[in-house]
Design a protein around this ligand. Structure first.
Ligand code: HEM
Ligand code: HEM
Ligand SMILES: [Fe+2]
Length: 465
């Protein structure tokens, strides 16, 4: 079934894509995902390169002339905005890849999908260039200035329209419902980060609606839907079983995650009740994460691993475990107000931020890339050894980064908040640990380049052609 807008012929390939094999990629329009994934991987690489500069800024005393050109605030904004951009592109690509297979029809408009990708990429470039000229809104993670926000909104509306039209005209599944719900929630929340409130407390209050409710709400829904799709494909588990857990875990995520926003309201001037609400509900956020990990291991027990997808399965399991370590354990560690009183805004926060974002969302995106990209490139059976090397190098090095930042954070908390010494005194004691962050960061970049290279150029395994 094709629409008047679907102009792509099944045989045309893109750079490195080759002709479509209908057994691997049933719908021609799924191929738009390819360019989303390539863009995401390129921006991810750039994000990590900028991350190395951040680590250098902490680990060494940089001459002022260099700091003037590459100030920390500017490069930090680049690092985190690149993160948000590549992950959103990854989610959108994943959506365009899975929607045709679920809805059993081509995407409503391939042209709109490409247009929207270009709009996001152009906004990203404008934002990065703008940062170098100091064009920023100043709110961490959402620094891009208001005029660019409007382009993001238009891009998001086109995306939602395109996906919704496909779903409305096609078959409806639980996965699609959850995906569309999560994406709509995600887009709506972005609007709360756009206005500027004169009262700083109110400004931060709504800023968290975007940052917290994204990663601990909307993104969890999108993740659950994408993971469910991949698991059904690679394990052959009955759709009903996967869907049942999808509903239970998601309900729990929403129940705890919404009120859990309170763990950011402790010290910004919100009413005292938030100390209780935030502490109790955010501590409960760990429950759905544990459920997800147990569920993944039970699935493996019951159904074994589909051997020809060892790579995808490793990444999927990694997502569950990474979620548990980064979001569950490292999040729980500082979520109670009694502890957060000391650790708030320290390197402990950065340690958790890295492990959670990588463990939950970088690995989720990579799971989808590893499922879809070989197929899009016409490969049924991938040689897996380099892919698994990439997985372990990246996971162990980000763990190294997280632990080193965590140690720096404990030192910072003790020297600054317990001993009452100044910020720079604490930095002196922490510097060594940023050298460790830099060391693992270089290894991380190596693992990422290996992964990127392998996804783009990996060959068909000779064993099962
Ligand atoms: C995958 C899900 C998660 C991601 C990606 C994530 C990421 C982040 C990031 C980037 C920050 C720093 C924000 C900033 O101040 O600029 C943060 C803060 C925080 N996160 Fe998470 N997080 C996740 C889940 C959780 C969970 C489940 C908990 C609790 C159990 C938690 C507890 C906290 C707390 C308490 C803070 C505030 C730290 C402070 O006061 O400085 N997070 N998170
Ligand atoms: C080479 C690897 C990397 C290095 C050396 C690095 C280093 C850094 C540094 C030094 C900061 C600033 C922390 C501060 O403000 O004090 C930062 C911020 C951040 N980075 Fe990275 N990074 C790397 C990779 C990544 C990856 C792979 C992710 C996510 C998947 C990530 C997510 C973040 C986030 C969310 C923040 C903001 C944290 C917060 O708000 O507390 N980084 N990074
Ligand atoms: Fe949060």
């Amino acid at each position: 079934m094709s629409t008047p807008f679907t102009t792509m012929s099944p045989s045309t390939g893109g750079l490195g894509m080759g002709p479509r094999d209908p057994k691997l990629v049933p719908y021609a329009s799924q191929r738009v995902a390819y360019w989303y994934f390539v863009s995401a991987l390129a921006l991810f690489t750039l994000q990590v390169i900028v991350g190395l500069w951040l680590a250098i800024s902490y680990a060494f005393t940089i001459p002022q002339s260099v700091v003037d050109v590459l100030p920390f605030g500017m490069t930090r904004a680049m690092h985190t905005n690149l993160l948000v951009l590549w992950m959103l592109l990854g989610f959108m690509g994943g959506t365009y890849y899975l929607v045709p297979e679920e809805a059993e029809r081509e995407i409503y408009s391939v042209k709109l999908a490409y247009f929207q990708l270009l709009a996001f990429l152009a906004t990203g470039v404008a934002a990065l260039v703008g940062f170098t000229f100091g064009w920023t809104q100043g709110r961490p993670l959402l620094e891009i200035p208001t005029p660019l926000d409007f382009i993001v909104v238009v891009g998001a509306l086109i995306f939602l329209f395109n996906v919704a039209m496909t779903v409305i005209k096609g078959k409806k599944t639980a996965i699609l419902g959850m995906l569309l719900g999560g994406l709509t929630f995600l887009a709506l929340l972005y609007l709360f980060g756009m206005p500027f409130y004169r009262n700083l407390s109110i400004d931060w209050f709504y800023w968290w609606w975007v940052v917290h409710l994204w990663v601990e709400g909307a993104w969890e829904l999108v993740t659950a839907a994408i993971l469910a799709f991949v698991l059904i494909k690679i394990t052959g588990v009955d759709r009903k079983v996967i869907e049942k857990y999808l509903y239970i875990e998601t309900a729990l995520f929403l129940f705890t995650g919404l009120a859990g926003t309170g763990h950011h309201y402790y010290w910004l001037g919100a009413p005292r009740a938030w100390l209780w609400i935030g502490g109790i509900f955010s501590a409960m956020e760990v429950l759905p994460i544990i459920a997800m990990v147990i569920d993944s291991f039970l699935t493996q027990r019951r159904h074994g691993i589909a051997i020809n997808n060892k790579v995808v399965w490793t990444f999927a399991l990694g997502t569950a475990v990474g979620h548990l370590v980064g979001a569950g354990v490292f999040g729980f560690a500082h979520t109670l107000p009694q502890i957060n009183y000391y650790t708030h805004g320290s390197q402990i926060t950065a340690s958790h931020g890295h492990l959670a974002f990588f463990g939950a969302y970088a690995l989720l995106n990579l799971t989808m890339f590893w499922y879809a990209m070989p197929r899009l490139r016409g490969i049924s059976q991938f040689r897996s050894s380099a892919a698994l090397w990439g997985f372990w190098i990246m996971c162990l090095s980000i763990l190294g980064i997280g632990i080193a930042m965590g140690v720096a954070g404990v030192i910072q908390t003790y020297v600054e908040r317990v001993m009452g010494e100044g910020f720079m005194t604490a930095q002196g004691y922490m510097q060594l640990w940023f050298k460790v962050v830099l060391f693992f960061g270089v290894i991380m970049l190596g693992g990422l380049i290996l992964t990127f290279w392998n996804i783009m150029t990996g060959k068909q395994s000779k064993e099962q052609q």
